[in-house]
Design a protein around this ligand. Structure first.
Ligand code: AVJ
Ligand code: FE
Length: 442
């Protein structure tokens, strides 16, 4: 035992915890890319997505920036070197960059990690620096890697050439519960706490916790299923102008969409593909790969609307009878595989009702896991929002261009999702693992 072990066992434990957090994040990244050839890693499969090797180099350089160079004080994101700076090189041009091969990028990842762990030994984690307090900056870098894992999976879902041979590691449970299609539960309204003041894992855009006054509303018990979505298609949903907003109709016309992405009509039956698995559309699963505009058109067709992100969070977290709130729909316990379909390794959504414990206080199922859920809200800053620690994560995207999605998908790592987590994307995007549930005024 050395000196520090004897005098600061708490610090030693913290170093071990952080080391394991980082190791585990990396093990998953490497597992996801293991089936891919050098060429598959380097190809730009779609203008919307980076070549996967770019994500890998970017993961390494983001880690280097925060954990070797900027563990103290303010970060200049502009220091992010050349080709891996996302603002200097938009996704659609990244295929033309001088990218490394697999061995080279893995070597960069390893080399950065060695320096990070060395630096960790010498840091004073208890000095009160808000970047280091409770290991925040390490949680942030781990979450960044988790988020790029999901980005990589979006790329692999739309990849060119042979489908991705998904390294499946988890079998999905059969549904234990069945629901009336379109069943809703009531939220009584009131003054509801939204967001968090946590500074150990939460992002700046989740803060501060504040009270939002909500009118009573109803919200779907489950995400909208393929069975319900097929009815919308069969009822001419994609052809009925009155169901779509102006922007939604313009998108539909330009894109020519007649179904969710990755669906194909085969005579009378629809086939859906998830990575290397194509099968008739499963009516029991939540609809996946729809844009905000499709979600909104469906809701209008159903005589409903999308929930605001505050309604979503209230329905996921708040117990109106006890005036208490939960970190996850099922409670405050961390995720386990029995609770919800998260963590990627099923490589698919589960039928609704497959996770009976994944239920919120008011009785909404499946709010976390399976599919991200579109909300009607723009991605704005909460009252009193303060950028921390850098403007390029949230601040650069705040405004009216992006819609908020909540709840994570099967492709989300558990450390990157909680009831207060806010994702965002353009309303036309659907290469993300996106679905929705509807709401209505009470
Ligand atoms: C939070 C998913 C919108 O991918 O653009 C990754 C996450 N930010 N690197 C994105 C992110 C910086 C971000 N989203
Ligand atoms: Fe990034």
């Amino acid at each position: 035992m050395d000196e520090s072990t004897r005098t600061h066992p708490g610090v030693d434990r913290e170093v071990a915890r952080i080391t394991e957090l980082m190791r585990e994040a990396r093990a998953r990244t490497l597992r996801l890319i293991e089936p891919l050839s050098d060429e598959e890693l380097r190809t730009q499969h779609d203008p919307l997505m980076s070549p996967i090797v770019w994500d890998l180099g970017h993961i390494a350089h983001f880690e280097e920036l925060w954990l070797t160079r900027n563990v103290h004080g303010t970060v200049e994101f502009g220091e992010m070197p050349g080709i891996y700076n996302p603002f200097e090189h938009p996704r659609r041009v990244r295929g033309a960059l001088d990218l490394p091969g697999r061995d080279e990028v893995v070597q960069i990842l390893n080399e950065v990690r060695e320096r990070v762990l060395k630096k960790l030994e010498s840091l004073d984690l208890e000095a009160g620096d808000p970047l280091l307090r409770d290991g925040y900056v390490y949680a942030m870098v781990a979450q960044h890697e988790y988020q790029h894992n999901e980005t990589i999976l979006q790329t692999l879902q739309l990849k060119r050439g042979a489908p991705y041979r998904a390294p499946r590691g988890v079998a999905l449970p059969e549904p234990a519960l069945t629901f009336e299609p379109g069943a809703m539960v009531r939220f009584p309204g009131g003054h509801v706490p939204i967001g968090t003041d946590d500074r150990s894992v939460a992002y700046d855009n989740e803060r501060p916790r504040h009270i939002v006054e909500l009118a009573p509303f109803r919200i779907d018990v489950t995400p909208v299923t393929n069975a319900q979505y097929l009815e919308f298609i069969d009822d001419g949903g994609y052809a009925r102008r009155e169901l779509w907003s102006d922007a939604g109709w313009a998108w539909r016309e330009a894109d020519g969409a007649v179904s969710p992405k990755y669906w194909q009509r085969d005579g009378a039956t629809w086939t859906a593909r998830m990575f290397d698995h194509a099968a008739p559309v499963d009516p029991r699963r939540p609809v996946c790969h729809v844009s905000f505009h499709e979600a909104e058109a469906f809701a209008r067709w159903a005589g409903k609307r999308l929930p605001t992100e505050f309604e979503w969070e209230a329905a996921a977290s708040y117990d109106p009878e006890r005036d208490t709130r939960r970190e996850f729909p099922w409670g405050n316990d961390p995720w386990t595989p029995a609770l919800a379909n998260l963590d990627q390794l099923a490589f698919d959504t589960a039928p609704v009702g497959a996770y009976p414990r994944n239920v919120s206080p008011i009785g909404c199922y499946g709010m976390i896991g399976d599919v991200w859920e579109w909300t009607s809200s723009d991605f704005g800053g909460y009252p009193g929002y303060e950028t921390f620690p850098y403007p390029e994560y949230s601040e650069a995207f705040l405004g009216t261009e992006y819609k908020v999605l909540r709840g994570g998908s099967f492709a989300t790592r558990p450390g990157a999702i909680r009831n207060t987590f806010r994702n965002w994307d353009y309303p036309i995007r659907r290469q993300i693992f996106s679905g929705f549930r509807c709401a209505s005024d009470d």
